[in-house]
Write a protein that binds this ligand. Structure first.
Ligand code: NDP
Length: 285
């Protein structure tokens, strides 16, 4: 039987609707939630992501500002810009679009963002909070992926979850979130032996690798929830890590690319920004 599609367009619209209502409530108190995105250089993919983030803010009634810095910006200039935004009361969320040009130190820049304005959830304080099960900002992509998993209505406690990929921005926080849901979590990476041995046991399989067609039907347990985080370009077309056409005949649920996790990432960024505005307004810094 063909898998049910986890529709990122519909689910992200649901999240943005709720965010919009919270934005309206803040506006009644004279506060407009604001997101600042810093874009260094002219990477074409980053340009598209930044444009989509601006559009998301518009849809939710939020203020957005894009700060464009030239490719040859120094570390000091970048960090000064972050400091200005940290101090700006119109800005509740700050995001540095990654990847940065090679000469810049990504980790040092992210550390400069005030943790309460770190709507990407990449600051060490927020990463640590997630690790410890404390309150903090959860990175948008894994948060969005979890929302999609919840939308299936399946019980997660005690289920086998396999995450392929161990990056700080997707794989690791995804694993933490699934562990928080009482799943038994296995994290696979490029040195994992017999990858399919692991993936075939997964009730929930999340792929965050960045290789088109990487997850094939023989790697998937019948009925599994398959979440495709990958964004790849093949012959000018965007596709995920999962060989969608064959895996959909085995999985119980599957996310498409495009129209899947990417949409949820933007919606969760909006959600994290309104969270930040509410926290700052209530003095919970
Ligand atoms: P990284 O390149 O940082 O991480 C990729 C991971 O895949 C690494 O942990 C790597 O292992 C693992 N890997 C690579 N080859 C294999 C292999 N043969 N077998 C098993 N594991 C392997 O990427 P990101 O986490 O930043 O992103 C992953 C994908 O998700 C990309 O396509 C990216 O574009 C996409 N993405 C999508 C978003 C969205 O909104 N939908 C948001 C963010 C990212 P190792 O650690 O050993 O090198």
């Amino acid at each position: 039987m063909a898998a049910k599609i986890l529709d990122g367009k519909a689910l992200s619209a649901e999240v943005k609707r709720t965010v919009g209502l919270r934005v309206d409530a803040l506006k009644e108190r004279g506060i407009v939630p604001g997101l600042a995105v810093i874009l260094v250089g002219n990477d074409p993919a980053s340009e598209i992501y930044v444009r989509n983030k601006g559009k998301g803010c518009e849809e939710c009634g939020m203020y957005s500002r894009t700060i464009r810095l030239e490719e040859m910006t120094t570390q000091l200039q970048l960090e000064e810009e972050i400091e200005r935004l940290n101090a700006d009361p119109a800005i509740h969320g700050i995001l540095v679009q990654l990847p940065l040009p090679r000469h810049l130190d990504e980790a040092a820049a992210l550390k400069k963002i005030l943790p309460q304005k770190d709507v990407d959830g990449f600051h060490l304080m927020n990463a640590g909070a997630l690790m410890n099960g404390a309150e903090g900002v959860v990175p948008c992509t894994p948060k969005g992926a979890l929302y999609m998993i919840h939308s299936t209505g399946e019980t997660l406690s005690g289920r086998e979850a396999v995450v392929i990929g161990r990056s700080n921005i997707v794989g690791k926080p995804m694993a933490m979130l699934l562990m928080r849901e009482d799943c038994t979590v296995t994290v696979c990476h490029s040195k994992t032996k017999d990858l399919s041995e692991h993936t075939r046991k997964a009730d929930i399989l999340v792929s965050a690798v960045g290789k088109a067609g990487f997850v094939t039907a023989d790697m998937v347990k019948p009925g599994a929830i398959v979440i495709d985080v990958g964004i790849n370009r093949v012959d000018g077309k965007v596709c995920g890590d999962v060989a969608f056409n064959e895996v959909k005949d085995v999985a119980g649920w599957i996310t498409p690319v495009p129209g899947g996790v990417g949409r949820m990432t933007i919606a969760m960024l909006m959600s994290n920004t309104v969270d930040a505005a509410e926290r700052i307004v209530s003095g919970e810094r």
